[in-house]
Design a protein around this ligand. Structure first.
Ligand code: PAF
Length: 291
């Protein structure tokens, strides 16, 4: 039995905390049983990608804590905060079934107390791409993650590689603020046809859902062409055009440095192909290692 599961077995049920005093008491209880705390921050609407993060935490031997908080600060006024899917009972059942030790469900007043006046300004990997498309988004992500890290005080936190830029922004912020935890990226979980798991996939119509895997196909084809030695500019243009013919409105499809997200003219080890495209009203993101 994995040590992370043994801790949950001792507790019998997943603990649930909704206030900071409850979180502190629950964390203290976990620390008595476990050498390390793993943390999976989420906004709920949990799917197989989140399950993989919880499993990675448990597999590391840590007692695993997951948070559910739909963070208003990372949504622009024009974005889908109200439309963001919410299913607390379903999410708690998923976390319980996966062997999570503690669910942290703060409310907005806890995360953003009256009079709050501090946010985290992010640059570097937060610039360009999603940073351009969603001004203020990564400021919201970095701020809420720093607060959650301060509350949960984990030894490591797990983020999906699906949101590659977010993972790099959180890594950078954690290093820059000297926060005492490790940030771990977990490989993207995909449907059998390759579509990356995302809470937003549920908004695709049946026709759009059938077309959606063309995004990862375009990235895989681009990676193969780059590996065969074709010039990056032509490969990227071809991939964008291929998606255009399938009905995508491509926001960006680029070859970038994996840590800084700066565009690359040539293939280098670890380079990442990243893409965002609208399919009707749904914004799809994906990325793969180019080599
Ligand atoms: O990826 C997400 O679900 C969110 O951006 C995160 C990391 C939970 C912060 O709100």
């Amino acid at each position: 039995m994995l040590p992370g599961i043994a801790i949950r077995t001792k507790l019998r049920h997943m603990l649930i905390a909704r206030t900071l005093p409850d979180l502190r008491a629950a964390s203290a209880r976990l620390r008595r049983h476990a050498d390390a705390l793993a943390f999976v921050p989420t906004m709920g609407a949990l799917h197989a990608g989140h399950r993989a993060l919880v499993r990675a935490g448990i597999a590391s031997g840590a007692a695993t804590v997951a948070s559910i908080f739909v963070n208003p600060l990372q949504f622009a006024p024009t974005e889908d905060l109200a439309r963001y899917p919410r299913d607390e009972a379903g999410d708690l059942a998923v976390l319980e079934a996966e062997g999570c030790a503690l669910a942290w469900l703060p409310d907005v007043a806890t995360m953003y107390p009256v009079g709050e006046a501090t946010t985290i300004t992010v640059a570097g990997p937060a610039e360009q791409w999603e940073g351009d498309a969603r001004p203020g988004h990564f400021r919201g992500v970095a701020t809420v993650c720093a607060k959650l890290f301060g509350q949960v005080r984990p030894d490591r936190a797990y983020f999906g590689e699906k949101d590659w830029q977010q993972l790099q922004v959180v890594r950078r912020m954690t290093a820059d603020l000297l926060l005492p935890l490790e940030i771990i990226g977990v490989e993207t979980v995909r449907e059998t046809d390759g579509l990356a798991m995302s809470s937003r996939n549920r908004f695709l119509s049946a026709t759009e859902r059938a077309v959606a895997p063309a995004l990862i196909e375009a990235l895989r084809t681009a990676a193969a062409r780059l590996a065969a030695g074709e010039a990056a500019a032509g490969v990227l243009a071809m991939a964008r055009a291929a998606l255009g013919t399938r009905g995508f409105d491509v926001d960006y499809l680029a070859l970038v440095d994996p840590a800084t997200l700066m565009p690359l003219g040539n293939l280098v080890p670890g380079a990442r192909l990243i893409a965002a495209a609208m399919l009707s009203h749904v914004r799809l993101l994906d990325n793969i290692r180019a080599i």
